[in-house]
Write a protein that binds this ligand. Structure first.
Ligand SMILES: [Zn+2]
Ligand SMILES: [Zn+2]
Length: 344
């Protein structure tokens, strides 16, 4: 089968590989129908994910059809249309029982697919712990509607959940890339008083204005004036940092009112500095990144009810044969690309 492979730093290639086989009773083999490219794939390509193993098939955001299951799999069966969770988790260890599945202590626990073990930018993928790693897509929900459930949408949902958003809150989201937009969709479900999105790129700001007219949109230069006008208590009540730059990291705590919650969703290429003397007295609560992707069933239910729709994010479609072209487009952010769907 064809599999897009992490050869070495800076080098991904489409390679012919053997079809994956069941390796344990909890495994499933999934025929991938659609895969997407995530910024984390680019982080692997740039060598900033030390855990990533050269030679593995990349891709951790996909949907497909179950082809084969191990003897211990209970929740899914061959023929089921499923979303694949970016995170592998056992469901039984100390962290899993508390819902902190990102820190599952199983050897395959956490972000394994497309990082430490073969992922899904391929025709087939082996999913360990299939009972927790796969969720059946409800009838009436198309593959494209479900494509982001296991990764960027799970991340947005988790970020909105842990940010304890209330009806009187003004919520600031930094960054309107794919994860920022998924976060926005999930924040809107919490019905806060106001939502502000701050984004550097003009095209992305217009995307938000066009699709979500109820949201206030600004560039970083205009943020502080907008906050002064909209927030009577010296800043946003909740800040979600989804942009992942040094500037946005600083902006996140600066834009927060005293005693606010600041949720860091972004993955950074470099360490960031918390200037504690400057922040003293602000009494902020910081939450750091690493999605606990255990809400997929709930998210699929919300999609089925028409409450979440991420299909406007799919701006481009490719075949697996042309995945290198898809990467190039996504990485260079050409042609107003938001997300790509790759038919496998
Ligand atoms: Zn990802
Ligand atoms: Zn676990």
């Amino acid at each position: 089968m064809l599999a897009y492979t992490y050869v070495s730093k800076g080098d991904f290639k489409l390679k012919e590989k053997p079809k994956p086989q069941l390796d344990g009773p909890g495994d499933a083999i999934v025929k991938v129908t659609l895969a997407s490219i995530c910024t984390s794939d680019l982080h692997i390509k740039h060598g900033s994910v030390p855990r990533a193993v050269p030679g593995i098939t990349v891709g951790h955001e996909m949907v497909g059809v179950v082809e084969q299951v191990g003897s211990g799999v209970r929740k899914v069966k061959p023929g089921d249309r499923v979303t694949v969770n970016v995170e592998t988790f056992c469901g039984e260890c100390f962290f899993c029982k508390k819902g902190f599945v990102n820190n599952c202590t199983d050897p395959d626990g956490g972000w394994a697919l497309g990082c430490r073990i073969d992922g899904g930018q391929a025709e087939y993928v082996r999913v360990p712990h299939a009972d927790t790693g796969l969720n059946v897509i409800p009838d009436g929900v198309a593959d494209e509607q479900a494509l982001f459930v296991g990764d960027v949408l799970a991340t947005g949902y988790w970020a909105a959940r842990i940010s304890k958003i209330g009806p009187e809150d003004t919520v600031l989201i930094l960054g309107a890339g794919p994860t920022g937009l998924c976060t926005l969709l999930c924040v809107l479900l919490k019905e806060p008083a106001k939502v502000i999105v701050c984004e550097t790129e003009e095209e992305r700001r217009s995307f938000v204005k066009e699709h979500y007219p109820q949201v206030l949109v600004t560039d970083p230069e205009g943020l502080s004036d907008l906050l002064k006008a909209e927030c009577p208590h010296g800043g946003a009540d909740v800040v979600l940092e989804v942009a992942g730059s040094r500037d946005s990291f600083r902006m996140a705590w600066e834009a927060a009112r005293p005693n606010a919650i600041v949720t860091i969703v972004a993955l950074y290429d470099e360490p960031q500095i918390l200037p504690l003397p400057d922040m003293y007295g602000k009494n902020l609560t910081f939450q750091t990144g690493g999605v606990d992707g255990c809400d997929c069933e709930e998210i699929l239910g919300l999609i089925a009810q028409g409450k979440i729709d991420t299909t406007p994010l799919i701006t481009h479609r490719f075949d697996l044969h042309d995945i290198a072209e898809a990467y190039e487009l996504f990485e260079q952010r050409r042609d107003r690309v938001m997300k790509v769907a790759v038919r496998c």
